[in-house]
Write a protein that binds this ligand. Structure first.
Ligand code: SF4
Length: 380
């Protein structure tokens, strides 16, 4: 179980992004917003401390937005606060997302000293024309320096986030990006296909015919290229979009794929505590105002029934290539998934989208490409 903290600040907005983040102003005004935001996060953490109880927390994930935009000493003191006030295990996995443009060598050292032991760098591509086309602020030459700074600070568990299917990107470009990424010897690679999210500038331009992006077939070729190249490089493909060297699976993300509880903190963050699933309103000012008064500001919150939780556990669990173990599910819910989903599973087996072997139900290579269909089959 773990804690997710959302830092909704970015230096500029990437044109494909629909994550909740606001563009920060000058250094002085951002410094005061950052102070107030971190103060509200502390209040929110104390609120959930009472509700959460003493269940040990194994992971902390600081995501965004761009957490590396925060002054490192302020972020470090907030991390120490969380570790003191919440029941973290002695050596939790502490991950943070960083942009190569704002991560500094000094910042990496400060964060390492308070326990940050995994960093996920938003790299996306190694061609500057592609980075420009999607509105990224960093340039490809900055990535190597960030990786070096992290290693020198003693942070060796490094993920690179990459995206395929970018405007004008060819399979050859993608191969070069993967090669450049592998050269930096990361422990983990997240490779996502571009999704045209509604309301983003990129989607508007594509719909207006101003920009072209690779189609589904081209994306499928890029995905197959990814699986082949990373396997050959010794990476384990353990989740649809995630690959790692042996022993380096993201413990925090596994928590989501196992549908476990977590405390979510911050504007726009989601959380799942004692079957209450909540989503904070994506409103930075509103977040700070309501926590001044000590109350949550939910956009939605609902208690999840045990039936719903079982469905969700199957849906997210099937994203893992190892699949879902029948015994594990039965121990957790005192019922076999065969009893609940026999019809759906048999249909998926017939269509060769899943296989059942030695007590594990998992996607086949065909099912991997049609994962949405596999997941939705478990929604009763
Ligand atoms: S840096 Fe990340 S969160 Fe910020 S706008 Fe770009 S993609 Fe979105």
């Amino acid at each position: 179980m773990g804690v997710y903290v959302h830092i909704p600040f970015c230096a500029q907005k990437c044109n494909y992004c629909d994550f909740h983040s606001v563009v920060v102003g000058d250094e002085e005004s951002f410094s005061s917003v950052a102070d107030n935001y971190l103060l509200s996060l502390r209040q929110e953490a104390l609120y959930y401390r009472k509700i959460w109880g003493q269940e040990p927390l194994d992971t902390l994930f600081i995501g965004g937005g761009t957490p590396s935009l925060l002054p490192p000493d302020k972020l470090a003191s907030f991390i120490l606060f969380l570790r003191e006030e919440l029941p973290f295990v002695k050596h939790p996995e502490i991950s943070m997302e960083a942009n190569p443009h704002s991560l500094t060598a000094e910042g990496a050292k400060i964060l390492k000293d308070v326990g940050v032991n995994r960093v996920s760098l938003g790299v996306q591509a190694f061609q500057d024309d592609l980075l420009l086309a999607i509105g990224r602020i960093h340039r490809s030459e900055e990535v190597g320096g960030s990786v070096l700074a992290l290693r020198e600070a003693g942070i060796t568990n490094i993920n690179l986030d990459l995206i395929f299917g970018l405007p004008g990107q060819t399979n050859e470009d993608w191969v070069k990006t993967l090669e450049a990424a592998l050269e930096l010897e990361p422990t983990h690679l997240s490779c996502y296909g571009l999704i045209l999210e509604e309301g983003t500038p990129l989607t508007t331009w594509v719909n207006a015919g101003l920009v072209e992006v690779p189609g589904d077939d081209q994306q499928a070729v890029m995905y197959e290229t990814t699986c082949r190249m990373l396997k050959a490089a010794g990476f384990e493909h353990y989740e649809i979009s995630n690959f790692c060297l042996p022993g380096f699976r993201s413990q925090h993300n596994l928590l989501y794929w196992h549908n476990r509880s977590f405390i979510g903190l911050g504007s726009g963050a989601t959380g799942y505590i004692q079957r209450l699933r909540y989503r904070n309103a994506a409103d930075v000012d509103g977040f700070m105002e309501t926590w001044n008064e000590g109350i949550p500001y939910y956009e939605e919150s609902a208690t999840v029934s045990i039936e719903q939780e079982m469905d969700e556990t199957m849906m997210v669990g099937m994203r893992l290539l190892q699949g879902v173990e029948e015994e594990w599910f039965r121990n957790r819910y005192q019922v076999s998934y065969w009893e609940l989903y026999r019809g759906a599973i048999e249909e998926l087996l017939q269509r060769d989208l899943v296989e059942y072997k030695e007590g594990w139900l998992r996607v086949t290579p065909t099912g991997l490409l049609l994962e949405n269909q596999v997941s939705s089959a478990f929604l009763r």
